[in-house]
Design a protein around this ligand. Structure first.
Ligand code: PLP
Length: 421
């Protein structure tokens, strides 16, 4: 019954250091967020001890009466949140949800059509080394010169290749997809439509982004990005057509015992996601990204070779294009890290630099919005980022110190997890 600090000071020290990092820096990785304390409480609860293979009411273990309640609450809440008739809350992660979804609606060897990884797609949408790329025949669509998904190409490739599944979704794309157009193309060629809303699910829950559920045959998501819950995955569908196949793909297809502690935490996060406070936070997330994009397309920034893919954003992230800059993605990421802003470098479409260096940055606002940042704060963040990217090389000295001081002031203004040590 010892505490973590007593039993294992080495691991406790790493946890403490990570808390300190999150509190003292500005987190702008677009796929990250800060789970509320109540979510972490559920996730750290005794539910971690329970085996519950199967689904509520149909378990392969005794003693599931309480985890059944928590899992059924999660299912009911997420169905309500997104207007879905079917939900599975057991996938351990977004990638697990995607694997189960794809195997439920297609067979190995079938053709799938998804957004190229290098153009903003996800590994699980057909990347060569991923299960999706190894076991399915992958055809990829792309973004056009303006940085928008080329729907004419989607239609052409769909007609040429008759895919079993068309995938709409992304990990690095600053605009909304046209779900109705994807549906029309899928119907034209007899394909199923799978939407992976992992990134923008929180915006959908808040009613600030079109909901893919009415259009898609299956929808997958993570619960820890804009949705702001525990790390995990979900599968939704507008009707029950694939319910049996989806359930059995998750268990016993790919998973054993569900993580009932995480499922309880998902339930808590779905309750939060239905509130006005959550909607207001998602609006600040969007406002922050828009302000950042606006700041980075001003001439004092663009004259340093920095620009923004697609010229702006409709979502929670901005893709910075450094193809014309002396700074590569790695150098830009390092500079921002040095002033206390965490982002990730990201390849831009047709990137001339190698994948470990890249010519881009992906910068997101969900975590800072959760921390309470408002328009004035996001304007200051945008200015700090612009000035960091514009500063002469080598980066350092008083320039860097002044920018780091401004980051610290913002972090101090919005304490994170003040109740935690
Ligand atoms: N789908 C998309 C679109 C993603 O961006 C991600 C995560 O980056 C995933 C799925 C996978 O989620 P996880 O990392 O939980 O496996």
């Amino acid at each position: 019954n010892s505490s973590l600090h007593e039993l294992d000071p080495d691991v406790a020290a790493a946890v403490d250091a990570e808390l300190n990092r999150q509190q003292s820096t500005l987190e702008m990785i677009a796929s990250e967020n800060f789970a509320p304390v109540a979510v972490m409480e559920a996730q750290g609860s005794v539910l971690t001890n329970k085996y519950a293979e199967g689904y509520p009411g149909r378990r392969y273990y005794g003693g599931c009466e309480h985890v059944d309640v928590a899992e059924q609450i999660a299912i009911d809440r997420v169905k309500d949140l997104f207007g879905a008739e079917y939900a599975n809350v057991q996938p351990h992660s977004g990638a697990s949800a995607n694997q189960a979804a794809l195997f439920a609606i297609a067979q190995p060897g079938d053709t799938i059509l998804g957004l190229d990884l290098a153009h903003g797609g996800h590994l699980t949408h057909g990347m060569r080394l991923n299960f999706s790329g190894k076991q399915f025949n992958v055809v990829a669509y792309h973004v056009d010169e303006g940085g928008l998904v080329d729907m004419a190409e989607v239609e052409r490739l769909a007609k040429e290749n008759s895919p079993k599944v068309i995938i709409a979704g992304w990990s690095a794309y600053p605009r909304q997809l046209d779900f109705a157009a994807f549906r029309r193309i899928a119907d034209e060629v007899g394909a199923l439509l799978w939407v992976d809303m992992a990134h923008f699910a929180g915006l959908v829950a808040a009613g600030l982004h079109p909901n893919p559920v009415p259009y898609a045959d299956v929808v997958t998501s993570t619960t820890h990005k804009t949705l702001g819950g525990p790390r995990g995955g979900i599968i939704l569908a507008r009707n029950k057509d694939f319910a049996k196949k989806l359930n059995s793909a998750v268990f016993p297809g790919f998973q054993g015992g569900p993580l009932e502690h995480v499922i309880a935490a998902k339930a808590v996060s779905f309750k939060i996601a239905a509130t006005e406070e959550f909607k207001e936070r998602q609006q600040r997330t969007l406002d922050g990204a828009r302000i950042l994009a606006e700041r980075l397309v001003q001439s004092d920034v663009t004259e340093h070779g920095v620009s923004v893919l697609s010229g702006g954003t409709d979502v929670h992230l901005v893709l910075v294009d450094l193809r014309n800059s002396d700074l590569n993605g790695q150098e830009a990421e390092d500079r921002l890290h040095e002033v206390g802003i965490t982002v990730n470098r990201n390849a831009v479409p047709n990137d001339p630099r190698p994948p470990m260096t890249t010519s881009g940055l992906r910068i997101g606002t969900p975590a800072l919005a959760t921390r309470g940042f408002d328009i004035a704060d996001f304007t200051e963040v945008a200015d700090i980022i612009a000035e960091t990217l514009k500063a002469p090389s080598p980066f350092g000295g008083s320039d860097k110190d002044a920018l780091a001081g401004r980051v610290k002031a913002l972090a101090d203004k919005h304490p994170l997890y003040p109740g935690l040590k």
